[in-house]
Design a protein around this ligand. Structure first.
Ligand code: HEC
Length: 150
């Protein structure tokens, strides 16, 4: 009797402790399920594009407009007008071409040189953000057929 009950009790203890300790990694694993979608939805919190967006809104949007269309509040007072950064003509320009204009400005236009005010890294970040302003529509723009009336 005694001999058989001892291993039985210790076996119960063993399962209880393994269960308790196994809940810790389980909780750690499941907490990722909550964290990962939050990152996907909001974007990585401090990415280059995010930093570029802040620079753009602070320094560039006044001329180039919030969406890069060249229609910022200063635009009507400038000749030549600030460039649209999302036109087909601008989109085909290489990163090197854009970075040169951002660093050195554009002669005989209001486009300032930023090389003394923004680091090379910041100029790359703002360019990364500008490129995200170009959006392709994955679906045709025609509206879907109306739903059947019931
Ligand atoms: C004071 C107004 C003004 C501000 C502020 C300004 N720009 Fe410009 N930008 C211009 C004008 C004007 C042009 C020249 C338009 C043209 O090329 O026809 C230009 C041209 C450019 C071009 C060249 C576009 C092309 O197709 O060649 C880039 C890139 C650009 N700006 C980026 C920026 C960035 C990035 C910032 C902020 C860091 C900025 N600009 C701030 C007025 C401005």
């Amino acid at each position: 009797m005694r001999n058989s009950s001892v291993p039985f009790r210790s076996a119960r203890c063993l399962t209880a402790t393994t269960l308790r300790t196994s809940t810790v990694p389980l909780l750690l694993m499941t907490s990722w399920l909550l964290v990962i979608p939050a990152c996907v939805v909001r974007g990585a919190p401090d990415s280059a594009v995010d930093r570029g967006r802040l620079i753009y809104l602070e320094r560039c949007a006044v001329c180039h407009g919030p969406q890069g269309r060249g229609d910022g509040p200063e635009a009507p007072f400038l000749s030549p007008r600030p460039a649209s950064l999302i036109s087909a003509g601008a989109s085909v320009k290489s990163d090197a071409e854009f970075l040169a204009v951002i660093a050195n400005g554009k002669p005989r236009t209001a486009m300032p040189a930023w090389k003394d005010r923004l680091s090379e890294e910041q100029r790359r970040e703002v360019l990364a953000y500008i490129r995200t302003l170009i959006r392709f529509q994955p679906n045709p723009l025609t509206p879907p057929p109306p739903k059947e009336q019931r």
